[in-house]
Design a binder for this molecule. Sequence first.
Ligand code: PAF
Length: 282
Amino acid sequence: MKIVKTVEEVRQEVKAWRKEGLTVGLVPTMGFLHEGHKSLIDRAVAENDRVVVSDFVNPTQFGAGEDLESYPRDLSRDAELCREAGASLLFNPEPEEMYAQDACTMVDMSGDLTTELCGRTRPIHFRGVCTVVSKLFNIVAPDRAYFGQKDAQQLAVIRRMVRDLNFDIEIVGCPIIREEDGLAKSSRNTYLNSEERKAALVLSRAVAKGRAMAEAGEKDADKIVAEMTDCINQEPLARIDYVKAVNAETIVPVSVMEPPVLMAMAVYVGKTRLIDNFIYKG
Ligand code: PAF
């Protein structure tokens, strides 16, 4: 597996693969890889001849006061995981390689997809995500790109962007990977101290409670949200940003469990903002 830092090197590699008629998968990441990322890489390796993993903490998707500077980084560990999983190329650009100093073009999506849920407290987040993912799509030009269902809103945003901008790329959504005790895997879990780590289990408990109600036939989305909210509020270290029911494709809020419904939450545990969700497919 090669590790490259420039757009030109990625293009040369991909061009050579294309000449041989090989298919290409892309796994966009911000690094500090864990089992969740590995599941995306495994799937990409199974479905494509060559796999590019991008490892780039994208500054344009972090708002003022967010954790851009402290976001965990460990390139050599990431490289090891990618190599073992069978990736062909690890793209680890510096911010200056991805963004010219006078760059002034962004990909901006309007409406509930980007203003609801995480968009309420992170107003510039999805503009940064859409911009960097478009750039990665243009740099790698993959056949398929892989994203985790844990970032369900991001997945819906990217699917819509691909449709709206006619990217000829199949978007593959992959299931949430959890720790044995239920906590959804996230690079941000490393911010939690041991007390917070225990408290963070309230997210997966609320997910389990909501899912059980939905599967038992509860049709009132507000009732499910209320139960999940109650469950989270019982944990003193947890502070809710949102718990909400939305249509999983449009991110428009719903009050009836008409599938596909995304039950999504963002919860601060101490200073760490964690997300979790489930999708009710009927
Ligand atoms: O999900 C992430 O890690 C990031 O938002 C992504 C898709 C790699 C874009 O920076």
